[in-house]
Design a protein around this ligand. Sequence first.
Ligand SMILES: [Zn+2]
Ligand SMILES: [Zn+2]
Length: 440
Amino acid sequence: MFAQRLCLVPRSSLSTLPVAQTSKRSLSRLATYHEPAFPVRNRSIVYAPSHSRVPLSSTNQHRSLHVSPLLCEASPNMSTLLTMFAPYPANTMTAFRYYPGETTAVRETLPVPAPRPDEVVIKILAGGVCHSDLSILDPSGSIGEWTQPFTLGHEGAGVITALGSDVSKLFPNLKKDMYVAVLGTNPCFKPACTPCSTGKDNLCPDSEGGWYGIGRDGFWAEYSAVRGDSIIPIPTTPEKISPAVAALCTDAVLTPYHALKTCIGVKPSDTVMILGCGGLGINAIQIAKGVLGASCVIGCDVREESLKRAKQAGADYVVTPDDLPTFLAAQHLSPDVVVDIVGTQHSFDTALSVVKPAGLIHILGLMAPSVQFPLMRVVTKDLTVKASFWGCKQELIEVFDAAAKGQVKPEVETRPLEECLQVLKEFHEGKVKGRIALVP
Ligand SMILES: [Zn+2]
Ligand SMILES: [Zn+2]
């Protein structure tokens, strides 16, 4: 009998439901299930934390209803409630999500999203895992706090499977089956927005619904609905730029590209030191050397293995922080630019001790919530201290061109999406040396 009732109730019916128990978490969880068919308004619904699974008729054995027992008891109209809870299991997907207060991702089964008029749905082929994801899941992390759950993962690449009703009019270049990546900052691109209209869309104060995977549903899932404005067609095939590499290009390559090219303006005559040769640092070395042609690139890291990879990535020299002063003196080197990809007091102090007078320290790492520096030393060295955030749409197009030409070859290991929690554990335990992308 339930199978015939697979349709949504109108929004007006929701507000008439009795309120027996509400909490932010339960409401938002429920809202997630029903999004975008109808939004659940605060205190409009009853919810019990444990779902009972009610099998459907024999023709739909693979489906199930998730029904709140408390909701059923509280309702005068059982059929309305079953109808309300029924719509999603037909076309579901796995997603790993942020929940307020949880310290790791939560695995959930969600409906495959339907596109809003200006969105496309992409089948995710790879979702990168970034150190920022650990900070998002760290209650004392420096990235932020959210009251609503969302699917994690801000580096995504995939194939367009559905177009919203306005997409062909608004974004005529976007087609079904197109191989694409996503600009995670999700800028508004409105003409009245000063950052967006002046090519600084990474600083858009009005990203619609938040950044993908950081406040709004991202890419640790099988599908994702993405605004057409945030889609970047990948200029080649998955054989040439793999989905995992494409996903990484959107952050782990874009972020150092924006810093080195746009913010610092690295010149061929520059000596550039990359402090921290993990996943981002290796890409920074390739950009400084392979794209911007810096004459001398020094990779610096405490880990011997990272130094080996830095050398393979094109660094002219590699050195540990302890050996740095002796090494620089012996080689008569003094960096014009130090890019601090670590972001701790120790890394900043190291940068300050070696950067050339009138040089520049650029901060990309966020491991410590703050650092201090002695003003006298910064002032008397005539230094510039800069920082930057993520990157812009035009730069991401350039990053894909550089990747297609082989100037940047990000290293990435792939793991099944289902291993998400294990991968996060390995990150926490410091067992991950480079970058990982989750593959649904
Ligand atoms: Zn990131
Ligand atoms: Zn904007």
